[in-house]
Design a protein around this ligand. Structure first.
Ligand code: DQA
Length: 150
């Protein structure tokens, strides 16, 4: 059993009503519930965290080691395109992570096409709506086997 941390950035607490044409109609709670079922099927547990505040996300990432998190699934939301602080926190905690997005950021405005995370992530998943979270979890499984914590 490993612990996987699922971290969501700003405005993702608004899923369900936020621009449903882009982000779909599922709430963050809906997404978390299906993800938890999938994680349990594979014998793992999830820690969920969402914040609109950059410093709280940094603090949460910094706690990954003491929480014995094996892998992080991260949707940095708008901080994808702006946050050196969150990038540095991920480098400092050295826990492998997968970057994910509901929308296909490469098919959107040009400012969404640069990420401060993609080059240091194990991989990037985007464009599959809520399924992006499930795909990220499935992609995390072999990483867990390769990075056991003692
Ligand atoms: C997002 C894409 C970002 O560009 C945007 O700022 C978000 C959500 C996504 O999941 O598609 O808030 O990360």
């Amino acid at each position: 059993m490993a612990i996987i941390s699922v971290i969501n950035g700003p405005n993702l607490n608004m899923l369900g009503t936020r621009e449903p044409g882009i982000y779909g109609s599922q709430t963050l709670k809906d997404i978390e519930n299906s993800l938890l079922q999938l994680a349990h099927q594979h014998g793992h547990d999830l820690l969920f965290y969402q914040s609109n505040a950059e410093h709280d996300l940094v603090n949460n990432v910094q706690q990954s080691r003491q929480n014995e998190v094996a892998v992080i699934l991260l949707n940095p939301a708008a901080f994808t395109h702006t946050s050196v602080a969150l990038r540095d926190a991920l480098l400092a905690c050295d826990t492998p992570f997968i970057e994910l997005h509901l929308s296909n950021v490469h098919a959107r405005e040009s400012f969404r096409q640069h990420s401060y995370f993609s080059d240091i992530a194990k991989g990037v998943i985007c464009g599959f709506g809520p399924k992006s979270y499930e795909l990220a979890l499935l992609a995390a499984l072999p990483l867990i086997e390769k990075t056991p914590r003692d």
